[in-house]
Write a protein that binds this ligand. Structure first.
Ligand SMILES: [Zn+2]
Length: 234
């Protein structure tokens, strides 16, 4: 043991308690990195692994970052997964199909419709505030971008849905311009509805009255997407 070893041995208890100055801390870390005897002393007293303290800190940090990155990836994936399942069960519920997703599931799951975007917003705001406070842009930049994209996509979807109106009407088909569209007589003029060749080929333009359900946008009520049609028995 040379002189430094003796000093470091005295400092180690303080170092482990986190009670020594920055200079002492640096001395302990620098010395234990190259002196096996003191490294062993530090490991024994700290009950930690026999590796240089700086390396130990690095390793712990890497582990924490790895766990954090995994949590962030899982969170972002959960948001995407929520919407995939939402759109899927919604498409089935639109046509009254509750075979894969029971009605109770549909009712409960739909609650996330506003909750998930709200949680995304809170997450983004929290991470943004922390990034500003700790100037951790490099560390959080990618996640901030991912959250911003997720929030924008959800906001766009909600905005689009808010402009959508569900219309039910009993009308006759005025024209069938092509296999993918039919024109019906709406309450305020004619409405062009997007549909499938199956429906376009089936409906008659002879004055028969049908029941129609369709989605239309508030700003263009003369267009829509047909969701359901049924013939009225004479
Ligand atoms: Zn030493």
């Amino acid at each position: 043991m040379d002189k430094t070893c003796a000093v470091v041995a005295d400092l180690i208890p303080l170092y482990l308690d986190g009670a020594c100055s920055g200079e002492s801390r640096a001395l302990v870390e620098e010395h234990t990195a190259r002196c096996p005897a003191c490294r062993k002393l530090l490991a024994d007293m700290g009950d930690g692994p026999a590796e240089p303290a700086a390396e130990h800190v690095l390793r712990q940090t890497a582990r924490r970052f790895g766990r954090q990155a995994a949590l962030r990836a899982a969170g972002a994936a959960a948001i995407v997964l929520y919407w995939l399942v939402y759109l899927w069960q919604e498409a089935l519920a639109d046509v009254g199909n509750y075979r894969w997703f029971p009605y109770s599931f549909h009712e409960t799951y739909t609650l996330g419709y506003l909750l998930v975007p709200l949680l995304t917003l809170i997450w983004l705001a929290t991470l943004l505030a922390r990034s500003i406070r700790r100037r951790a842009w490099r560390k959080n930049g990618a996640m901030l971008a991912v959250l911003a994209v997720l929030l924008a996509a959800q906001g766009g979807y909600l905005w689009n849905q808010a402009n959508l109106v569900h219309v039910t009407s009993w009308s006759q088909v005025v024209a069938v311009p092509d296999e993918y569209h039919i024109v019906i007589e709406g309450g305020e003029g004619q409405v062009t509805l997007a549909t499938t060749p199956l429906v376009a080929n089936l409906v008659q333009t002879d004055g028969t009255i049908y029941g129609f359900s369709y989605d239309s946008r508030r700003d263009s009520p003369d267009e829509g997407r047909l969701t359901f049609v049924y013939g009225i028995a004479e």
